[in-house]
Design a protein around this ligand. Structure first.
Ligand code: UTP
Length: 293
């Protein structure tokens, strides 16, 4: 597997007004935009051909992964090699391609835009606003399961039962197949009382290209959007080449940077772990959290 699709064309309404003129994927997590962490994760998994699905406000995304000659010259002239390397890094990460989604008609619609670029090979999808623990290597494990099963694979995370309504939810067969769960059904954002499990679909997928044919036939679903979950539901119950959906459980940390609280937690967590920001932030937090005498 060489190709990854990173959808980043959503409206980001949960983060307005910050996302009025800027994609939410560009919100900084300490000093890098969220999407750079996602691109770096794809590259670490060996996915060097990356197609980003952008929409209105695409400029900031493209500019971030492009060269910035004037800034580079200035930093070089000042001998600021550390900053120069950090500016250049994002432009050398991978072979990046951009496709416009036009109207944001849903995640399924965004993924379908990549059909011609991906062609007839399995590919990864990484949501541009989903940050996961970099040590975990989940994409590599998902690619292994895809290879063994010939189907599509989703990343699943156990959540508190009352949280499941914020996610796609998996109904799984008992037992495991090749180290993965076999999925018999998927529901987008169920009422917690009706949810078949507490297994939430998170923003990493390894898909068989048959998903494109299914997406073309998928009518708008929840929220009037073409849902990737609905296409995966069809694949889970279909037969023949490329059918079947499997789940790999993710047990690391995950942040949805499109959600305000989760975004703040992502910034704090990463800032606390870093040498340049951790000690100062910890000291300040101790002061702020200390009970008033
Ligand atoms: P979200 O479910 O977070 O939706 O999308 P959203 O519209 O971006 O955000 P809110 O709910 O209004 O705050 C999950 C991922 O799918 C992309 C988003 O950019 C995000 O990375 N997406 C979503 C698209 O690329 N196109 C779409 O039409 C919808």
């Amino acid at each position: 597997m060489r190709k990854a699709v990173i959808p980043a064309a959503g409206l980001g309404t949960r983060f307005l007004p910050a996302t009025k003129a800027m994609p939410k994927e560009m919100l900084p997590v300490v000093d890098k935009p969220a999407i750079q962490y996602v691109v770096e994760e794809a590259v670490r998994a060996g996915l060097t051909d990356i197609v980003m699905i952008t929409g209105r406000n695409k400029r900031a995304l493209e500019d971030h992964f492009d060269r910035e000659p004037f800034l580079e010259q200035t930093l070089a002239a000042n001998g600021d090699h550390v900053k120069l390397a950090s500016v250049r890094e994002s432009s050398t990460l991978a072979d990046l391609h951009y496709l416009r989604q036009g109207d944001p008609k849903g995640l399924g619609h965004a993924v379908l835009r990549a059909k011609a670029h991906v062609g007839n090979e399995p590919f990864a999808v990484l949501l541009g606003d989903d940050l996961i623990d970099e040590q975990d290597g989940i994409l590599t494990e998902m690619a292994r399961v895809q290879d063994l099963t010939g189907g599509s694979v989703v990343a699943l995370m156990e959540v508190e039962p009352d949280q499941i309504g914020a996610y796609g939810c998996a109904d799984v067969h008992p037992g495991s197949v090749d180290g993965a769960l076999s999925i018999r059904g998927l529901v987008e954002k169920p009422e917690p009382a009706q949810a078949p499990s507490n297994l939430a679909v998170i923003g990493r997928y390894v898909l068989h290209p048959r998903v494109f044919d299914v997406l073309e036939q998928t009518p708008p679903g929840r929220g009037g959007e073409i849902q990737l979950t609905d296409a995966l539901q069809s694949l889970a119950v279909s037969e023949g080449e490329g059918s079947g959906v499997y789940g790999v459980i993710f047990r690391g940390r995950r942040f949805d940077t499109g959600d305000k609280l989760s975004y703040i937690k992502a910034v704090m967590t990463l800032a606390l772990e870093r040498e340049d920001t951790g000690p100062g932030l910890r000291h300040w937090l101790d002061e702020v959290m200390a009970p008033v005498a």
